[in-house]
Design a protein around this ligand. Structure first.
Ligand code: 13P
Length: 250
């Protein structure tokens, strides 16, 4: 049975005051016995604060990216082992904003995925198509290419300790959510693709949906058979909105 995960990608938002009150609100409004797990992805400067507030709680935390190198002369970058040191359980790799704004290719993303595993972190591999790609019926080819970049370099078994997030780029921050049927279709495609290479892997891997998830649409999305939770941007920035999604997860 796959667990449901509700994860909040805070992107480049927050302050010490905001992080403290948001995390205290999440701790007060959720429990270890719930049907869903919770995780947050603060910006790097706030990981230490998250670690001190969330240590020994039921809420996990992670980094929003990592450098593929283990250490060295990479000014401004953060390694997987540093994230591990800050108590991170997860790290996002290949978020569409990293791909589009910072030029991360499929090959770059695959190296980050592998570096995360090497550092003992669980990578959340983000995949998804742009509006133009969807309109030209390239969705499956694009998502397959994003998965294949990891599979061809590191093998299907590298997904054993990974999570996938399907985030259609056209649905991110736009208020335009994929319909539950559209999302389910791509989630099933991803699961079938992984299952064809390793049946147990395909059935066990957690696949999150991301793109304008909120308290009103989450329940229907999470009810789809291949959707195992959400990666939430805007609605993860207040405890009230994020907990509404957590509650919708059952
Ligand atoms: P929104 O929920 O703001 O659309 O962002 C989704 C996202 O990019 C999560 O990683």
């Amino acid at each position: 049975m796959r667990r449901v995960l509700v994860a909040g990608n805070w992107k480049m938002h927050g302050s010490k005051t905001m992080v403290r009150s948001l995390l205290e609100g999440l701790l007060a409004g959720s429990s270890a016995d719930g049907n869903a797990d919770l995780a947050v992805f603060p910006s790097f400067p706030y990981l230490s604060l998250a670690q001190s507030i969330l240590a020994d709680s039921h809420i996990q935390w992670g980094g929003q990216t990592l450098n593929p190198n283990p250490q060295g002369a990479h000014t401004g970058e953060t390694s997987g082992s540093m994230l591990n040191d800050m108590g991170c359980h997860y790290v996002l790799v290949g978020h569409s904003e990293r791909r589009a704004i910072y030029g991360e290719s499929n090959a770059d993303v695959a190296l980050r995925f592998s570096a995360a595993l090497d550092a003992g972190l669980k990578p959340v591999l983000c995949v998804g198509e742009t509006r133009e790609e969807r309109e030209s019926e390239q969705t499956e080819a694009v998502v397959a290419g994003q998965l294949d970049a990891v599979i061809s370099s590191f093998g299907i078994d590298s997904f054993k300790h990974a999570t996938i997030a399907y985030e259609p780029v056209w649905a991110i921050g736009t208020g335009l959510t994929a319909t539950p049927q559209q999302a389910q279709h791509v989630h099933a495609f991803i699961r079938d693709k992984l299952s064809s290479l390793n049946g147990i892997m395909g059935s066990q891997i957690q696949i999150l949906y991301g793109g304008s998830v909120n308290g009103s649409n989450a329940a229907e999305l999470f009810a789809q058979s291949d959707i195992d939770g959400g990666l939430v941007g805007g609605a993860s920035l207040t405890a009230e909105d994020f907990l509404a999604i957590y509650t919708a997860a059952g």
